[in-house]
Structures are given as structure tokens and as C-alpha cells.
Design a binder for this molecule. Structure first.
Ligand SMILES: Cc1cc2nc3c(=O)[nH]c(=O)nc-3n(C[C@H](O)[C@H](O)[C@H](O)COP(=O)(O)OP(=O)(O)OC[C@H]3O[C@@H](n4cnc5c(N)ncnc54)[C@H](O)[C@@H]3O)c2cc1C
Length: 397
């Protein structure tokens, strides 16, 4: 593993060659231990992943559009898209702090006050604060407005009681973007409030859940009389729903903008590795038409993402159109994962190194893809959003 000190952290002198800069930096700094196409290497540790992500920011490849005043790079979504194409094409590990950088950061920029922006934004980019997202509850997933976690005003700030579930990365987070309610559950969208809760506050109990791929990313988080400072409330007490909707629109549309390019590189990896063995290539050939369809779909997802970027650059809101890439990518990627898994499952017993690396990677992709049509809003919910808010159809069957 390259140590942090050995990682080149120079940002490009000026914007305009972002793709070249990103490609060169990634080629130089993405070590074998970090590469997801070198599955035989021992996995990188959390500390190594954190060091890599901090270096990515220093090199100008994270916080690209955030203001320089908050440790961002002050550029536009054009550069963000250019960098993300290269990030997608590189076999990079999933970000440890994507919730900090892609959900909490944008929401802080939108509704946070000056003190909150100064306190939280640089800490996110420098990887001093990893964030988790405390929205879902046992009785409130698709129907988020049913959430019951209670926030009551006290002399010291706010007292929080309740339970969250499926909180990705909670056990390694320093802050939680928490959605709670000030009134009764029947009030639904009214009286919801967002907080930046410190995860070391007394009364927070985090329990990891082991997922199908053996990861311990998911957690249940219990809040028992947790006191949160007034200074950690984001926006106004009744603005939580509007802010949460904005978070979800960001999550569906621009979060992990690299996905279509990563998808293409996974397909390319499948084909390249299979070419290394005549028998594997013969198996691959029997899926040629399905893989051709997958390739077209990657281009369509790129187009959807690029169109949304142009929309945002023109100063327009994305609104429900954020559902387009989320729906299409998750469905297409799940089909690809199923086909790829079928192919690698048929590899001969004496498969060579590149095929074994591929099989390990595909196994991870296949298992994690099962969740892609669930998180950030399920497929059914995306279809309902499009039917109701874009086609103006009141109710789907
Ligand atoms: C990998 C992963 C990571 C996650 N990370 C986080 C996180 O960090 N923070 C967080 O807060 N949450 C997280 N979640 C939770 C996620 O947001 C919820 O799982 C999701 O919103 C669905 O809610 P649910 O699980 O309660 O399912 P439910 O809402 O109970 O849905 C069950 C099924 O019913 C369908 N359904 C529900 N309502 C309708 C309807 N009105 N019309 C038609 N069909 C419907 C759904 O589509 C689904 O198929 C994560 C989930 C996963 C899988």
C-alpha cells in the first residue's frame, strides 16, 4: 500500500483539463490494494481508505463544486462530471464518506448557517468527519413521513428519542444527518426537523447488522434521551421535509455521478478477463446479445446523467427527474450483475488469476446489486414519483 505521504496531492493549476488530471492522478495513486479488479490483494483497511479519500480531495477530485471558503475547489458541475467519468472508469473502492460529501454537504450548503458550514464542510472533505444518514425507521422507509423519532425542545437544546434502521456506516461515523419530528406522527410532513447529531453523544446506541455479502455497513441506531445542541439543528424546525426532499432528489440524481462509467468499466473487465481463457470466452460468447444490450444501457444512463447536469448548470431544479437515472441504472445494473454472475459461475475449476479476480469482484457486485433497487427509494417508489409528478397520473395500480 502506498502511504499517504507518497500520494500525490497536487490539484491542477486551473480548470479545463480536469479529465486528464483525474486520469493521471488515479493512474498514479490507485494502488493494487485499493483496486477492485485486484481481488486477490488483501482488502485495504478503513484507515487506508480514509487516507485515500482525503488525498482525493487534496488532488482536486472531491468537493469540486464546493466554495473555496469551505475547503472546496470552487469549480462547476462540468469539472465534477469530467472527474466523475474518470473516477467511474477507474476500479476504485466505494467511498467511505459518500453520505458526507454527496448528501450532508449539499444540504449544509443549502440550509446550513455560516457557522455550521465552516464547522462541518472542511471536516467532511478532509475526512475528519464521516457522516451517516438517519432517515429510515422500522415503520418508515418508502413512507418516510411516517417516521416517529421525536425531537423535543429542552433548556439545553433538543432531546431526541427513537430508532433508525439501515443506517449505512453509522458505526464508523462522527455525525448523523438525522430527520426527526417535533409534533405527532399524524402530522406527517409537518414538524420535521434535521440535525447534525454527534455520534458520540451520550444515549446513542449503534448496533451493526451483517448483510448478505458479509459487510457490517448497515446499523440500527437507538436514540435514548440524546441531547443535541441548538447549534446542530439544520434549517428551521418545520423545514425538515423540504430539506429532506432536497436530499433525496440529490441522492437519486447526482450522487455517485460516476455510476454509468463504473458500470461500463465492469462490463469491459468482464470481457477482457474472459479473453484470457478460451473456455471462459466461449461461455461469454453465449451471452453476446444480452451484453450488447447492457452496453447500450450504459450509454443511455450516461445521457440521462449528462442531461441532468446541463439542467442544473442552466440553473433549473431537477425535482422528480432525479428518479430517471436512479431507476434506470439500478434496474440495468442488477440485470448485468445477474448475467455476469451466471458467466463467472460457469468458469472451469482451474481458472487463471485474472478469472479468479473477476469472479471475486462479480460476486461482490452481484450481492450488493440486490439492494440497488431498494436504497435511495425503491423501484416502485421511483415509478410512482414519475407517474404522479411528471405524467400527472394520480395513482398507479
Ligand atoms: C444498501 C442500503 C443502504 C441503505 N442506507 C440507508 C441509510 O444510510 N440511511 C437511511 O435512512 N436508510 C437507508 N436505507 C434504507 C432505504 O432507504 C429503505 O430500505 C427504502 O426506503 C425502503 O424502505 P423499507 O426498507 O422500509 O421498505 P418498504 O417501504 O416497507 O417497502 C417494501 C416493499 O413495498 C414496496 N412499496 C412500499 N410502498 C409502496 C407504495 N406506496 N407503492 C408501491 N409499492 C410500495 C416497496 O417498493 C418495496 O418493494 C438503505 C437501504 C439499503 C438497501
Amino acid at each position: 500500500m502506498t502511504s499517504q505521504a507518497a500520494i500525490d496531492t497536487s490539484a491542477p493549476a486551473e480548470a479545463g483539463s480536469y479529465a486528464d488530471h483525474a486520469r493521471a492522478w488515479l493512474t498514479q495513486n490507485l494502488t493494487d490494494r485499493l483496486r477492485t479488479d485486484r481481488a486477490h490483494e488483501p482488502a485495504a483497511t478503513l484507515d487506508e481508505l480514509i487516507a485515500f479519500e482525503a488525498a482525493l480531495h487534496e488532488a482536486g477530485l472531491a468537493g469540486i463544486t464546493w466554495p473555496k471558503a469551505y475547503a472546496g475547489h470552487g469549480l462547476t458541475l462540468h469539472e465534477h462530471l469530467e472527474a466523475n467519468r474518470e473516477i467511474g472508469l477507474a476500479p476504485m473502492p466505494n467511498a467511505v464518506n459518500s453520505i458526507g460529501k454527496e448528501l450532508a454537504g449539499p444540504i449544509l450548503l443549502a440550509v446550513g448557517n455560516e457557522s455550521q458550514k465552516a464547522r462541518f464542510l472542511p471536516a467532511i472533505l478532509k475526512m475528519q468527519h464521516i457522516w451517516c444518514q438517519g432517515f429510515s425507521e422500522p415503520g418508515a422507509g418508502s413512507d418516510l413521513a411516517a417516521l416517529r423519532t421525536k425531537a423535543e425542545r429542552t433548556a439545553d437544546g433538543w432531546r431526541i428519542n427513537g430508532q433508525k434502521i439501515w443506517t449505512s456506516g453509522a458505526s464508523k461515523s462522527q455525525r448523523c444527518l438525522l430527520l426527526a419530528r417535533t409534533g405527532a406522527p399524524q402530522e406527517r410532513h409537518k414538524g420535521l426537523v434535521l440535525f447534525a447529531v454527534p455520534m458520540n453523544a451520550p444515549g446513542i446506541d449503534v448496533r451493526e447488522i451483517v448483510s448478505i455479502d458479509g459487510q457490517r455497513s448497515f446499523c440500527e441506531v437507538f436514540f435514548n434521551d440524546v441531547i443535541v445542541d441548538e447549534a446542530d439543528m439544520l434549517g428551521a424546525p418545520d423545514e425538515g421535509w423540504a430539506a429532506a426532499s432536497r436530499v433525496l432528489s440529490i441522492e437519486r440524481a447526482t450522487n455517485r455521478m460516476y455510476r454509468a462509467w463504473r458500470f461500463q468499466s465492469e462490463l469491459d473487465h468482464l470481457i477482457t478477463a474472459c479473453r484470457s481463457d478460451r473456455r471462459a470466452f466461449a461461455i461469454l460468447q453465449t451471452y453476446a446479445r444480452e451484453l450488447a444490450q447492457i452496453r447500450v444501457k450504459t450509454e443511455m444512463i450516461k445521457g440521462l446523467v449528462e442531461t441532468l447536469v446541463e439542467t442544473l448548470l442552466a440553473g433549473e431544479q431537477i425535482g422528480p427527474r432525479g428518479s430517471f437515472p436512479k431507476l434506470y441504472w439500478s434496474e440495468a445494473h442488477q440485470s448485468f450483475a445477474r448475467i455476469a454472475w451466471e458467466i463467472v459461475s460457469r468458469f472451469p475449476a482451474d481458472a487463471n488469476g485474472p478469472l479468479l479476480d473477476l469472479r471475486k469482484r462479480v460476486e461482490g457486485i452481484y450481492l450488493s446489486s440486490r439492494a440497488e433497487t431498494i436504497y435511495a427509494g425503491t423501484t416502485e417508489i421511483q415509478l410512482d414519483i414519475i407517474a404522479k409528478r411528471i405524467l400527472n397520473l394520480k395513482k398507479t395500480a
